[in-house]
Design a protein around this ligand. Sequence first.
Ligand code: SF4
Ligand code: SF4
Length: 155
Amino acid sequence: MPKHIASGLKYLAAVKLRKNGYFQKDIADKLGMDRSTVSHYLNGRNLSWGSIEVAEAVTNCCNRDFLYMTYALTGDLDNTRTIVHILIEQKFEAMVGDTCIGCGVCTDICLMGAINIVDLKCQINTEQCCGCLDCQMNCPTNSIEILEVQNPNNK
Ligand code: SF4
Ligand code: SF4
């Protein structure tokens, strides 16, 4: 069953990429799938609608749960980052205060690989951030603030 739901998540990501103008080859490359599977997905074949419904429910969870469930379902970090990045609609801004001591806790905890330490200071790539807030919640000096700056669902 987890495999089917992971396929449902890939289906949702493939449909969104197609809507955004990507060709089947690029979608296959991005999602680590072969082209014929992408073609089947985009034509509504080879997948149960139940799997897609469950996958949709996963995407509707809070961003942190969506991220961790996707990782549990795919078992693959690169796939997880790609799927979450494609399906999350919001944009985020990150502020790091002068109190940052460069300890690296946030870097280790960020499943999206969005944080680096440069010159003993945390730097967050907001293009890669999915707003899970793990860094903000776990920083020992409360130096991080993640803000949602765009949410197409709240227009
Ligand atoms: S966890 Fe906090 S103090 Fe540590 S590097 Fe990250 S922002 Fe800086
Ligand atoms: S909120 Fe923090 S931990 Fe979560 S993805 Fe963004 S930078 Fe990474």
